[in-house]
Design a protein around this ligand. Sequence first.
Ligand code: SF4
Length: 304
Amino acid sequence: MNSNIEIIDSIIDLKAEKEAIILAHNYQIGEVQDIADFVGDSLQLSIKASRAHGQMIVFCGVHFMAETAKILSPDKKVLLPDKNSGCPMADMITASQLRKLKDEHPGAVVVCYVNTTARVKALSDICCTSSNAVNVVRSIPENREIIFIPDKYLGDYVQRQTGRKLILWNGYCPVHAMIDVRDILEIKKEHPNAAVLVHPECTPEVIDIADKVASTGGMLKYVKASSKKDFIVGTEIGIIHRMKRQNPHKNFYPASGRTICPNMKLINLEKIFWSLEDEVYEVKVPTDIIEKARAAIDRMIAIK
Ligand code: SF4
C-alpha cells in the first residue's frame, strides 16, 4: 500500500465490513480527523459513543477517551489504534489516591474531569468535561463539600466562575501548562486585533488575558460566530485544522509553538487500517467498573 488514497479506500471498505465507526478528538492529526465519522471534544465524543450504531468503535484519541466509549457502549468492541496513547494528566491520580482523599473528606461529592481512568471514575459521583464543569459544580447543593480531580487549573477556573470552594488535586495538563502569557502578548503585538481563545486547562494567568475561555467545541462555535478575522489559539494545535476548514478566510495563530500533545499525535492512517484489520488494541473495562463509572458519566450527560 503506497498512498493515502489506497489506505483511505481500504479503511472505508474495512469499516463497512466490520460495521465500525471512527471517532476522533479535535487534537488528532488532520488526516485522521478527515477520515473520521465524527470529530469533537470529549463531551461530544462521549455522547456520540453512547448513541453509536454498529459493532465496533475505533477511537482516535487517548486511552481514557476509549475507556469512556467502552463504558458507554459496553456491547461494542472499542479499539485504540495505538496502545501507547495515554494522557499524563489522567495518570496523575490513581484509584487508591482518590480513596484516601475521600477518606479525608467523608461526605464530599467527587467531581471528576473526564480525563481520568475508568477506575477513578467508578469512585466518583459525577464526571465533567471542560465544557460543562461549571454547570456540573453549580448542580451540587451549596451545603456539600466538593472534591474536584485531577486538574487544578480547570478546578481553579470553576472556583472562580461559581464562587464555590473546591478541594483540588495537584494534577494538570503538561501541554496547556506550557502556554505562557508572554508568548501570547508577543503574538498580540503583531496581530493586535486578534481574539485570544484559551482552554480552561491553562494557568489562571493565561485565562486572565483571554477574550474567550472555552472547550475545543466552544472555541469552534465562537470562531464561527465572531466577526473577527484573527485568533490566537491557546490549546493543542490540532484544533486549528478544523478551525481552518470551517473558516477558510480567517487566520489562526498557535499561542505557543509547544502546544503539541505527543500522545494525541501517535495515531495515523496506517494505524487505523491495522487497527480495523487486526481488531487491535481492544480496550476492556471490568463489568463492575463499567457500572459504577457509567453512573458518574450518565449524571454528567444529563446536565450537559
Ligand atoms: S492535551 Fe493534555 S489533557 Fe489532553 S491528552 Fe494530551 S496531555 Fe492529556
